[in-house]
Design a protein around this ligand. Sequence first.
Ligand code: ADP
Ligand code: GN1
Ligand code: MG
Length: 359
Amino acid sequence: MHEIEKVAEAYFPSETLISVVPLGNGHINSTFLVKTDRNQYTLQKINTNIFKDVDGLMANVQAVTHHIRDKARDEGLDPERATLHFMSAPDGNRYLKYNGDVYRAYIYIDNAFTIEKMENPEHFYQSGIAFGKFAKDLSSFDASVLTETIKNFHNTVSRYNDFEKAVSDNISGRADDVKEEIEFARARKEFTHMFVDKLEDGSLPVRVTHNDTKLNNVLFDNDTGLPTTVIDLDTVMPGSYLYDFGDAMRSGSTHAAEDEKDLSLVDFDLGLYEAFTKGYLSMCKDSLTKVEIELLPYASIMLTLECGMRFLGDHINGDTYFRIHREGHNLDRARTQFKLVAEMEKNVDNMKAIIKKYL
Ligand code: ADP
Ligand code: GN1
Ligand code: MG
């Protein structure tokens, strides 16, 4: 029996295990679909190198999902599909420790799909509605109960410093082979201050945000084609609307996969940008401040640059953070992000016009 099957049996001791299969394409946790005689679950091995405070993390998940479930009930929506529902371990804890690893389980949301690569603008419009609604639902959530699960997660100045440290440590010896990419990031060092400085001086408000709004973190219903659930709640913490808006554009405003090797396929599609903007702003435009509105056209550039620096730094560090499936995978990912940044930078005026249209 595989280790993960033993974990599934330990998590659900009174149920008969039917099957366990790997699920999804996340870069951080390891996710499995578990079928038993009674139900279907997603079982996840939490990456504890990254999430060091699992109690804090799971307390966040519990608080946030309760809040969203209550909102869904008030609105007459199905509370069990509106958000994730985690299953306690047999000892009543929010997760299970097994052979030194940490696992948690959610009820599997059936009859739903995720999107890995953007093809249909309608999906991205709907994704905007889903993340906009998520922001709106959490606008009444008490941020003080949340643990910061990863410190400085979208602090682009500290991300830049981490990237420079990776270059100077050069643990893998790869820095010499990626001089062009390093220079691309260095040329944007000042830009990395644009949001951080305003968050620090208080002019940009802190919001409770998702912080990982990539395409495949929304489940869509197979029957209606509409979003059913925003998932991957590990990084829900105080942040900025600019982060969620920008990070969604990073993965959804291009037709290319995040790890596309042929950079000529990495486009920036203003039609897709408009689709998400329309959906997102329809949900939360009324709560945006003047400073948020002014900075919104730069959000996709900032978050895509940040992710590119993280991928490049990880490549130079020897691939210790993001899961890779081939040699040079993180470098390929960094290159798509930087290509996208360059394309977005040419379109700031167009992005401003689109945002203005939907405010
Ligand atoms: P990671 O942090 O590694 O990205 P996720 O929580 O996003 O992990 O899960 C990875 C993938 O597993 C998702 O993209 C989705 O396809 C699938 N998935 C996760 N949770 C559920 C769920 N409750 N119901 C259905 N599918 C799920
Ligand atoms: C990771 O967990 P996943 O695969 O949804 C990462 C995000 C990155 C993303 C890039 C906790 O997201 O920050 O933007 O990869 N999550 C964490 O694809 O670091
Ligand atoms: Mg995910």
